[in-house]
Design a binder for this molecule. Structure first.
Ligand code: NPG
Length: 368
């Protein structure tokens, strides 16, 4: 495909309620969208980088700048670009996986729309709906938490994930387990602990959790392997898995029992698919993480999670979990605890242009 233009658009999307994690409180998302146009098709990508470099080293202004200064010139330098060319073309630039992923996503969307192929088919999807889990932020009090979880249980979510941090872990988990019986439950620490907390974290073993996600810092792979020998709760890695190679390494070291796959974190949906294949080959269950995406990222994630390597419910909640109104015309909803896998070409979803324009804060258009 010949790329004519690449549009970088920033949108401001307020969240329906503040979302607190161990790395801060979010009340609004400042999201960078990518629109690629070719003579025959257009495609959309969504960059998951946050406003600040607190989840990982990337942040949204940085992602836009690295695209403009370094990544777009590499793409435009090539006459014809297919999706499989994008990662090799961008490889001279180190890191910046979220920025690269958004560009590859837009090219893949254009290519699939052009050829009438669905995202799910491209990801090796085999089902038409996937189970939906929800991620619950840190709250001020346990009664508030129980009320919030109750709402999500009433909405039909089939699995609850609680964000934890030192000072908000054993007590809230115990309270949710007691109130909601044997509901599938897991926790996510976003790297808030150290190996010195191993005995403390072992107290979570009493609550029969599906997993504890990313208890230790990103580069502490050996420490995760050690922790895995101290706690009985399965260890899941999120931030630590940045590529198929790092996934293989973590599995071989005994540092991970369950893998959270986030396409933005690993440089794109094609690498995410490779990680799914690694997990399947090693009989390690995978699930699809979320980065508070709009309907674009949510559609792609639902399609990725249709691949059979995804054996546990993902953070693929309804758009309404975070946003009062989505930028796509048919926002993802949860029915009977599941979301439908999009079927149409590409992302299988249409932009609500009027609303998109309303939330847009800037647009720059780039040509080769
Ligand atoms: O459902 O989209 C969602 C959010 C799921 O908790 C969630 N994501 O660490 O996994 C995470 C966390 C996150 C959110 C990370 C926003 C970074 C940004």
């Amino acid at each position: 495909m010949k790329i004519d233009t690449i549009e970088l658009r920033r949108i401001a999307m307020p969240l329906v309620s503040p979302f607190r994690t161990s790395f801060g409180i979010q009340t609004e998302r400042d999201i960078l969208l990518v629109r690629v146009t070719t003579p025959e098709a257009e495609g959309w990508g969504e960059c998951v980088a946050l406003l600040e470099p607190v989840y990982s080293s990337e942040y949204v202004d940085g992602a836009q700048q690295v695209m403009e200064r370094f990544l777009l010139p590499h793409l435009f330098a090539q006459g014809d670009v297919n999706t499989t060319d994008v990662a090799p073309l961008l490889a001279p630039v180190q890191g910046h996986r979220m920025a690269k992923a958004a560009l590859e996503m837009a090219v893949l969307d254009a290519e699939l729309r052009l050829t009438g192929r669905s995202w799910a088919r491209e990801m090796g999807g085999t089902v038409d709906r996937v189970p939906s889990g929800v991620s619950v932020g840190i709250l001020d009090t346990v009664p508030q938490l129980l009320e919030t979880v109750q709402r999500y249980v009433d909405d039909g979510y089939v699995r609850i994930k609680l964000k934890i941090e030192p000072g908000w872990d054993i007590e809230p988990v115990a309270a949710v387990r007691e109130r909601f019986g044997d509901i599938p439950l897991q926790v996510d620490a976003n790297a808030a602990y150290t190996l010195a907390d191993a005995q403390h974290l072992a107290q979570l073993d009493a609550f029969d959790l599906l997993m504890i996600e990313q208890p230790l810092p990103e580069d502490h792979i050996r420490a995760h392997a050690e922790l895995a020998r101290t706690v009985r709760t399965p260890i899941c890695l999120d931030e630590s898995i940045v590529s198929a190679q790092s996934c293989v390494d973590a599995i071989m070291m005994g540092a991970v029992h369950v893998v959270n796959i986030k396409p933005g974190r690993v440089g794109g949906y094609l690498e995410a698919r490779k990680i799914a294949d690694v997990c399947a080959a090693h009989d390690v269950p995978a699930w699809c993480g979320g980065m508070v995406e709009t309907g674009l990222g949510r559609a792609a994630n639902a399609a990725l999670a249709a691949n059979p390597a995804f054996r546990l419910p993902g953070d693929i909640s309804a758009a309404a979990r975070f946003y009062a109104r989505d930028i796509v015309t048919e926002p993802i909803t949860v029915e009977d605890g599941h979301v439908r896998v999009p079927e149409g070409p590409g992302l299988g979803t249409m932009i609500d242009q009027a609303f998109l324009d309303e939330v847009t804060t800037s647009v720059t258009t780039h040509t080769g």
